[in-house]
Design a protein around this ligand. Structure first.
Ligand code: SF4
Length: 311
């Protein structure tokens, strides 16, 4: 491996995410399972993001391994919980970004990247002016404002989830009773950093925030409460809302969460969709027919090996 990311004190006592586990990542791994070097599981042109992100040529998506949030139903469990992926250097990551751009990507889409923000900034620095497409930060919403501030000026698009309003649900399903408190501060700051949504002539987002919410089985009341909270607290013209119906039961779901072992019903989804319609948000609502496995990518290191040049 060529020169890895070194010498950043942040990694010696990591507090990049609200988990603030304080791990010395130069010697071991944090709660999120991130160590000293970047791990990534896939890099490819993603055609299934929102139309303003995937466009006609795809979103240049890089899935990073590990996660500071441990959702029991995670759709990407292989990389978030099992840390599937391979180590790559910051130089290689910069080459991945540039290759995705060469392949026609409308943007660089960093998925679950919080634990690697210092590395990503180094990779973007290496790219410099050669990277001309906007960078998007695709997040669970469990973020710290101070870490987001590191991205100011480099990231133009934020795609945060807002998963729950209820701390009871977030504690039960994601091991984070403070999820909503963290996410509301984080999303507010993302809106402030990115500004109102801006599109190019082809309708591709160049800057702004897309707040995403995925309806969970049995969770529609919390979803409706959350949607109302968003309407009351963020100016509607300052972000796009994306309502997702793609929940897919995780095959290894622990038996104590058996209520999650089904798809979201039409009744549940429509309850939330009606709230979104009535409140008049700009954005996207995924068709119920879209709740299928193609939204859940296979993680096979696809694109990582092919795109890496100097590792
Ligand atoms: S990013 Fe990972 S290592 Fe850092 S505080 Fe969060 S869980 Fe711990």
């Amino acid at each position: 491996m060529s020169e890895n990311f070194k010498g950043n004190d942040i990694l010696r006592k990591c507090t990049l995410c609200p988990r603030e586990c304080g791990a010395d990542r130069t010697k071991g791994f944090g709660f999120c399972r991130a160590g000293e070097n970047i791990r990534a599981a896939k890099a490819y042109l993603h055609m299934w993001e929102e139309p303003c992100i995937s466009g006609t040529r795809g979103s240049g998506t890089v899935f990073f391994s590990g996660c500071g949030l441990k959702c029991v139903y995670c759709q990407n469990y292989r990389i978030s919980a099992e840390n599937f992926g391979r180590e790559i250097s910051t130089e290689s990551l910069s080459e991945v970004f540039l290759r995705l751009q060469e392949q026609g990507a409308h943007n660089i889409n960093l998925v679950t990247a919080c634990q690697y923000v210092p590395h990503i900034l180094s990779a973007l620095e290496i790219c410099g002016d050669r990277l001309k497409i906007p960078v998007a930060y695709n997040s669970s919403g469990y973020e710290k404002v101070s870490t987001l501030e590191m991205l100011r000026g480099r990231v133009k698009i934020f795609m945060p989830d807002m998963k729950y309003l209820s701390s009871e649900l977030s504690a039960k399903y994601s091991g984070a009773a403070d999820y909503f408190e963290a996410a509301k501060a984080a999303v507010g700051r993302m809106i402030e950093i990115a500004g109102k949504p801006v599109f190019d002539d082809e309708g591709i987002l160049q800057g702004g925030v897309i707040i995403r919410h995925m309806v969970l089985p049995g969770g529609y009341r919390d979803s409706v409460a959350l949607i109302n909270w968003i309407a009351e607290n963020f100016p509607k013209e300052s972000f796009l809302l994306s309502l997702m119906s793609q929940y897919t039961p995780y095959k290894n779901l622990p038996s104590e969460f058996k209520e999650l072992n089904r798809r979201v019903s039409t009744f549940e989804y429509e309850k939330v969709a009606n709230a979104v319609r009535e409140l008049g948000f700009e954005g996207y609502m995924q068709e119920r027919s879209s709740a299928k496995e193609e939204y859940t990518p296979e993680f096979d290191l696809g694109g990582i090996d092919e795109l890496i040049i100097n590792n």
